[in-house]
Design a protein around this ligand. Structure first.
Ligand SMILES: CCCCC/C=C\CCC/C=C/CC(=O)SCCNC(=O)CCNC(=O)[C@H](O)C(C)(C)COP(=O)(O)OP(=O)(O)OC[C@H]1O[C@@H](n2cnc3c(N)ncnc32)[C@H](O)[C@@H]1OP(=O)(O)O
Length: 289
């Protein structure tokens, strides 16, 4: 196997970014949408999504996330734990205001390309990744979790891919990430029903790896997970992961702009706008009851 070609092919940021003429520029340093804490002793980095109140995923958050992932690659961290700093919510998924009402083509295209970019960087990261699901993780929130290598979750929250009930068809790279975690039939059922599972159900079908009761326990379990790689050369580990995930990665890399166009067309359909609009209204109305 030609390793230098492989490394070049796995060089995540520049090749993919240049292909789309987009470059990282921190969009929101003042807003502090992502907090990063690197433990100098252990080499483990804790990355907290910090877009109050519910970590809905906006263009700015995706841009900042990509910047953080680039920094962690440069720092050669030993591992990353992804969590939320919002109460009770890991991430509420894509920011619905990016999808409704009728987003501008320019904004939406940028939004979608940075979402793709975030997934590529997380899914192919050279360092080990743990999602500490410390709150609800519907839709895009679940996409972040299943793109990590290991999932820990606090009890009594919900996780799943509820795109279908929201009028959205999950794209192929999202389906592939789920298939990599769950055996085929459970993955298909989760997608087509759009059911959100509670922590125990998610553990029972293997969507999450362990249930933890608090952050301290989550950090201890993460450390155990990272320690399983301590005797493995970093480059060999990273390349094994990237080659193993290569088909999923290539499926998106080859289709980035058609994926964005397809999703925009889908989102702009009047029927889709109507379903998302009434779903969003029901979210707002829930509070008034
Ligand atoms: C043809 C090709 C198709 C290709 C498709 C490709 C890919 C799909 C893959 C990824 C797609 C993902 C789609 C999505 O992610 S859509 C978003 C789906 N998200 C949800 O359904 C979750 C909605 N939210 C909730 O259920 C709850 O908010 C909660 C997360 C359980 C938290 O509940 P709670 O703590 O009670 O907070 P509130 O509900 O009161 O929320 C506070 C505040 O935030 C607003 N909000 C909540 N979620 C979102 C969101 N996702 N976007 C924007 N805003 C959100 C909520 O309305 C409240 O606002 P107000 O305070 O103004 O009322």
């Amino acid at each position: 196997m030609n390793f230098s070609r492989l490394i070049k092919n796995c060089s995540i940021p520049s090749r993919w970014l240049l292909a789309n003429n987009i470059r990282y520029q921190s969009s929101s340093a003042a807003q502090n949408l992502i907090q990063v804490d690197i433990n100098e002793e252990t080499g483990v980095s804790v990355v907290s999504l910090n877009r109050k109140p519910v970590n809905s995923l906006s263009l700015e958050l995706f841009k900042d996330f990509c910047g953080v992932m680039d920094d962690l690659e440069r720092e050669k961290v030993r591992g990353m734990v992804l969590k939320s700093s919002c109460d009770n919510v890991f991430s509420s998924g894509l920011d619905i205001t990016e999808l409704y009402p009728n987003p501008s083509e320019e904004r939406f295209e940028a939004f979608w390309l940075w979402f793709q970019e975030s997934w590529l960087k997380l899914y192919a990261s050279s360092f080990p990744t743990v999602a500490f699901v410390n709150g609800h993780a519907p839709a895009g929130g679940c996409v972040f979790a299943i793109s990590c290598e290991y999932r820990l979750m606090l009890p009594y929250y919900k996780i799943g891919l509820n795109e279908a009930p929201v009028g959205i068809v999950a794209t192929e790279w999202v389906m592939n990430s789920l298939r990599a975690v769950l055996p085929g039939k459970n993955a298909e059922r989760l997608l087509t029903s759009g059911r959100l599972l509670d922590t125990q159900e998610a553990f029972d079908i293997g969507l999450i790896d362990q249930i933890v009761n608090n952050e301290e326990e989550a950090m201890a379990r993460s450390e155990e997970f990272f320690a399983t790689f301590d005797n493995v050369p970093k480059l060999a580990r990273a390349l094994t992961k990237q080659v193993y995930r290569k088909n999923d990665l290539n499926q998106l890399i080859k289709n980035r702009s058609s994926d964005a166009k397809q999703f925009l067309n889908h989102i702009l359909r009047p029927e889709t706008q109507k379903i998302i609009g009434s779903y969003f209204k029901s979210l707002k109305d829930r509070k008034k009851d």
